[in-house]
Design a protein around this ligand. Structure first.
Ligand code: ADP
Ligand code: MG
Length: 274
């Protein structure tokens, strides 16, 4: 689709991150509602590889892209609009997400990560604000924020959102693998089911030391089923070679159970609308 600024009608702000702002827009020629992400040009190099990735990615578990264009020194990427927003918005508004719903969400994200790993793509910025929901009950990941090229810059250790960095990303720059995305998923599952960020008040330095030296994060005792505690613990094994892969996790008994019962999130999505 050939997109241009004058064809996009602004409908409202959706949010803002370090990269820029996201707004809800209508593509006037087609009437399609999109999420327009504006990115400052300093991130252009990163963006180019992100766009290349978006181009080849097509999955029910990944937010799709309509295309991109540059406008007044910024770049706009038009993404599939996810009308119920991100998981962080949802738990901030509605409180912690119930355990079984969280496991269904995990299955969606794991299928997305498995799809990406089959295409040799790492996500590198899994966190609740990059997991989006729509009123059809679909859950999709977005923002392949960080390309290989960006990792070559000085900022390499700090390119993911800091609180979600796996221990091996802190100690060595080149050991990032799909299981680092799994670590970030584990932290995200703890966060959305407890309604609290796992490392809320630590500075970057404190957090880096803490992640390396302390026990891996875990769910508060007695509030969740042992199966869920076990599933989360398999995501946050500190040794990345022992940590479960998306494939391993999809074969975890809890995931197998919810998959057998059906992973539809339509009822939960309905409950979020009001
Ligand atoms: P971050 O992910 O760090 O919060 P972003 O700039 O990527 O920053 O996104 C800002 C916010 O915009 C997100 O938290 C999310 O709530 C919203 N958002 C992003 N993409 C979409 C989309 N495709 N549909 C609906 N909302 C979106
Ligand atoms: Mg984002």
């Amino acid at each position: 689709m050939k997109l241009k600024d004058k064809d996009l009608e602004f409908l409202g702000e959706l949010g803002a991150g370090n990269g820029g702002t996201v707004s809800k827009v209508r593509h006037i020629p087609t009437g399609i509602i999109m999420a327009r992400k504006n990115i400052m040009v300093s991130a252009e190099r990163q963006l180019k590889s992100e766009l290349k990735i978006l181009h080849i990615v097509r999955s029910d578990y990944i937010v799709s892209s309509y295309g991109a264009f540059s406008h007044e020194g910024a770049i706009s990427v038009c993404l599939e609009y996810m009308d119920l927003g991100s998981l962080d918005n949802i738990y901030h508004k509605k409180g912690p997400i119930p355990e079984v719903t969280t496991v269904k969400i995990a299955v969606h994200v794991l299928r997305g990560l498995l799809y990406l790993s089959e295409k040799s793509i790492l996500h590198r910025d899994i966190k609740p604000s990059n997991i989006l929901v729509n009123s059809k009950g679909q859950v999709k990941i977005t923002d392949f924020g960080v390309s290989k090229q960006v990792l070559d810059t000085i900022a390499r250790t700090f390119t993911g959102t800091q609180g979600y960095l796996a221990p091996e990303r802190i100690t060595s720059e080149n050991s990032y693998s799909v299981t680092s995305d799994v670590w970030a998923l584990g932290l995200s599952l703890i966060e959305i089911s407890t309604g609290k960020n796992v490392y809320p008040l630590l500075s970057l330095f404190e957090m880096m030391t803490y992640v390396q030296e302390s026990e891996p994060p875990s769910l508060p005792p007695g509030k969740f089923t042992p199966m869920f505690e076990d599933l989360v613990s398999k995501c946050v094994i500190k040794d990345p070679t022992k940590r479960f892969s998306p494939e391993d996790l999809l074969r975890h008994p809890y995931c197998m159970d919810v998959i057998a019962d059906g992973i539809s999130l339509i009822e939960w999505a309905e409950s979020l609308k009001d």
